[in-house]
Design a protein around this ligand. Structure first.
Ligand SMILES: *Cc1c(COP(=O)(O)O)cnc(C)c1O
Length: 821
């Protein structure tokens, strides 16, 4: 969509408060970090609970942004060359503007909502429809109050279909989205059972989501979720609606869907209009089958030819639609997005890419764009402009179409006709010390490039879902009083997850402070471009040099450490920041209450030392039986801190609570909290069932499957005994990877193809044998060691330890992969 700035009053209510020069606007942005500098772009400043977009106007103006939508007046003289449009609510304004673009769209709009699978259904549908029609789909999971307007904005007139996802987290949000999305056809994917803070009940949640389809003519849903069925049947104008409510369970249903295992996948049999259609899909898990059934019914409804559907189905992959980052060979870092490739998808990948600061050199490997409806020269001109804003050092283009870039792109570019041609070249021209974005349409098979560039360690990986980190972070933030800051503990490789990637993500999400245990952990963060203030909890005097060099702030817990640091920093021409640790009952590190008296004169005598914060740590914040003790600690803390403050004459940040403290003691939040294990989805209080999401999944593979005769023994010391004839699998993980030896002999379980397999015999150093007598599996199959299930908390209990130990024990030789949807 395009509009002239001066015409904004026609699109939504508001007032032009300054017009310097009219511009034709082509792109809207709400995240100041993602903005592409051009006078054709507009920045919408939103004042949220934690972010205020208006704060960034100055910076954006200095970069060259000239169009702004604002909610409050700014110093117009300071921004004399910019245009400003003032509205009451920026979110509402962006919704209305984008709604206008939707209203113009003459094609069919498919709206998708539900608890899980929205993005997958959207991507698959797009893929399946694309072979016949021109399709637009919202980028990634732009499905919120803010994301949907951005999605609608980009729909083009020439497209036949637009697929838009909508997600809500609170009552009455869907009405607003419905008003602008206005889906012709709806898909209601499913309904999670998790308790949801924003809704009084599961039924109500189902109703709220159903409102997206208030005026839709056709609605596809799985009626095995009774709440969904009910909610849809309570919509207005039922007589105008066609319901396609299918079922895996109810054989009396008009749309009773059956599945059957075949050699090359699963056959799905779908009744439609008194006929049956059978499709084969290359996966077996329930979630994928549910998602694909929604898609298939929609395609049948829209009359897409069966043959084309089946052909495209063969290309569909279960999970490949996420952005992954992982280590590559020769000190490189890969951002892998090899699922699709069009301009909007590229945009989101480039945004994510821009956040990766591991290495300065940036390489972009790109295939032909599969964009329907635009002629090649327009498309590649747009692409060139887009990339030129991104500080790319080396651009690799692969495919016959992308050759056209040569006439438009001014930077360094190397072109190849095929993926294989590039792979040959790579053998003699390897990348070093770079961040590499690999983005290609499926048919180019960029997986082969990723495989080639990846650092190969062994088959065990720890996968970290960055979106779940955000979810957990926001969960804890929502429990904080206004203005309470968040420090995140990323010690011990961020509880085993690998610290700088997590820190990078946290910096992006505006946490206030990071903390590590040792100076070298802080150094690693700085070397990877982390700018946030960092507290070091165990600063040995031998590490002062590093602290100074890398701008790290020590925790000071004893007189000897304080004196050493005072002396070390005496000649500095700036104030040396410290964090004072008080021991209020934990008896680990810190000044005890009776020592405060002697501490104060030292601080007063040394004004070059600045106390940035004062803190203490609760010894038993997760146990109700020690509430009295925790209260006493809080009291000691407050008293000692007040004493210090009254003498030094300024107020440092006070902080006491760790994760379980945040859950249990809202009154002790002081100025900041220290979030640790909760960020990784572990609830040590048991107070938030279903509300925190486990962030990491430890996966390995089956190396071999064996059939064992009754009476034979398995593994070292012959500890495993086959009581019957049995089938076992040897999996590639052992105690050296962090799979504790105490999981031996049936104590531990892993999950293979959806079923639990107990450990048989003793866990070995690099391998473990599990009982798969009841499980259909083969060498190469994936094994889940922990994740949603088996769950870390239960595993820890079974070997009498705490989840912290399971997490932090995952060895460094296990590769970490980070992803975001
Ligand atoms: C590790 C640590 C935390 C975080 O504790 P969690 O229980 O993981 O939330 C907080 N404060 C200090 C001093 C710590 O060492």
């Amino acid at each position: 969509m395009k509009f002239d700035f001066s015409l904004l009053p026609n699109l939504t209510k508001g007032e032009i408060t300054q017009l310097h020069q009219d511009h034709s606007i082509e792109n809207i942005f709400i995240d100041s970090r993602n903005i592409v500098v051009s006078y054709k772009n507009i920045f919408i400043a939103i004042e949220g609970e934690r972010h205020d977009g208006h704060q960034f106007i100055k910076e954006l103006y200095s970069k060259g942004i000239r169009n702004f939508i604002i909610e409050k007046d700014v110093n117009y003289i300071e921004f004399a060359e910019a245009n400003f449009f003032k509205v009451e609510s920026s979110i509402q304004a962006s919704q209305q503007i984008a709604g206008k673009n939707r209203a113009k769209f003459k094609g069919t709009l498919i709206g998708i909502t539900g608890s899980n699978g929205k993005t997958i259904v959207k991507e698959w549908l797009a893929k399946l429809i694309e072979s016949v029609y021109s399709v637009y789909r919202s980028p990634r999971s732009y499905n919120s109050q803010v994301g949907v307007p951005l999605s609608l904005w980009h729909i083009n007139d020439y497209q036949d279909y637009a697929i838009i996802e909508a997600g809500i987290s609170q009552m009455h949000e869907m009405e607003k989205l419905e008003a602008i999305i206005k889906p012709n056809i709806g898909i209601y994917t499913n309904l999670g059972t998790a308790h949801d803070e924003g809704f009084p009940s599961l039924e109500e949640k189902a109703h709220q989501k159903a409102r997206l389809f208030k005026d839709s003519k056709t609605i596809i849903f799985c009626k095995d979720f009774p709440e969904i069925s009910n909610a849809l049947h309570n919509l207005p104008n039922l007589e105008d609606k066609e319901f396609i409510g299918w079922s895996f369970e109810d054989n009396t249903s008009n749309y009773f869907v059956e599945t059957e295992e075949r050699e090359n996948g699963i056959a799905i049999r779908i009744p439609y209009k008194e006929e049956f259609f059978i499709f084969t899909v290359p996966f077996k898990d329930y979630a994928s089958l549910e998602n694909i059934t929604h898609c298939l019914l929609l395609l049948l409804h829209e009359g897409v030819p069966i043959k084309i559907i089946q052909n495209t189905l063969n290309e569909i992959r279960p999970l490949k639609m996420r952005l992954e980052t992982k280590k590559g060979k020769n000190n490189t870092y890969l951002v892998d997005d090899s699922y699709n490739n069009d301009l909007v998808g590229l945009d989101t990948a480039l945004h994510f890419f821009a956040q990766q600061k591991q290495y300065q050199k940036r390489v972009l490997i790109l295939s032909d764009l599969l964009q329907t409806g635009l002629s090649g020269d327009i498309l590649y001109k747009q692409l060139a402009e887009r990339i030129e804003n991104e500080n790319i050092d080396q651009l690799i283009g692969i495919g016959s179409e992308i050759q056209q870039l040569k006439s438009f792109y001014h930077g360094k570019i190397e072109l190849f006709n095929s993926t294989n041609e590039f792979l040959d070249y790579e053998q003699t021209h390897q990348f070093h010390n770079s961040v590499i974005l690999i983005k290609g349409a499926r048919k180019f098979g960029f997986e082969a490039i990723v495989q080639r560039l990846e650092q190969k360690i062994h088959g065990t990986v720890l996968e970290i879902d960055l979106n779940k980190i955000t979810h957990n972070l926001n969960f804890y933030r929502s429990r904080l009083k206004p203005n309470v800051k968040t420090m995140v503990m990323v010690k011990a490789f961020a509880y085993g997850s690998s610290s700088h990637e997590i820190a990078n993500w946290l910096e992006f999400h505006n946490v206030d402070y990071l903390a590590v245990a040792y100076a070298d952990e802080g150094v690693i963060l700085r070397q990877h471009g982390i700018k946030l203030p960092i507290m070091v909890m165990n600063p040995d005097p031998r590490s002062f040099e590093l602290l100074h060099h890398y701008n790290l702030e020590p925790e000071i817990y004893s007189f000897s450490l304080l004196n050493d640091y005072v002396n070390y920093t005496r000649s500095f021409d700036y104030k040396a920041k410290i964090h004072l640790k008080l021991d209020t009952g934990m008896h680990r590190l810190g000044f005890e209450p009776f020592e405060i008296e002697d501490l104060i004169p030292i601080l007063k005598k040394n004004p070059h030392i600045h106390v940035s914060s004062i803190f203490s740590h609760l010894a038993a914040s997760d146990e109700a039986s020690h509430n009295g003790f925790s209260a006493q600690q809080a009291m000691f803390f407050k008293k000692a801190a007040d004493d210090i403050i009254s003498y030094i004459g300024y107020k440092p940040i006070l902080h006491l609570l760790n994760s379980s403290g945040i859950s249990r003691f809202p009154d002790y939040q002081f100025d900041m909290v220290r979030l640790g294990v909760g960020l990784y989805g572990i609830d040590t209080t048991g107070l938030h069932p279903g509300e925190l999401l486990p962030v990491s999944t430890l996966k390995t593979v089956i190396s071999q499957v064996k059939h064992i005769k009754k009476g034979d023994t398995i593994g070292y010391s012959r500890k495993g005994l086959a009581i019957e004839d049995m089938k076992i699998a040897t999996i590639s993980i052992g105690y050296a990877d962090g799979f504790n030896r105490k999981f031996s002999q049936g104590v531990g379980m892993v999950k293979i193809n959806g079923k639990l397999a107990p450990v048989i015999g003793n866990v070995c150093m690099d391998m473990t044998m599990v009982d798969v007598s009841e499980i259909d599996c083969a060498a190469g199959d994936e094994v889940i060691v922990f994740g949603d299930e088996p769950n870390i908390t239960k595993m820890a209990k079974s070997i009498d330890t705490i989840p912290y130990e399971i997490l932090t024990n995952v060895s460094e030789r296990v590769k970490r992969v980070f992803y975001t949807e």
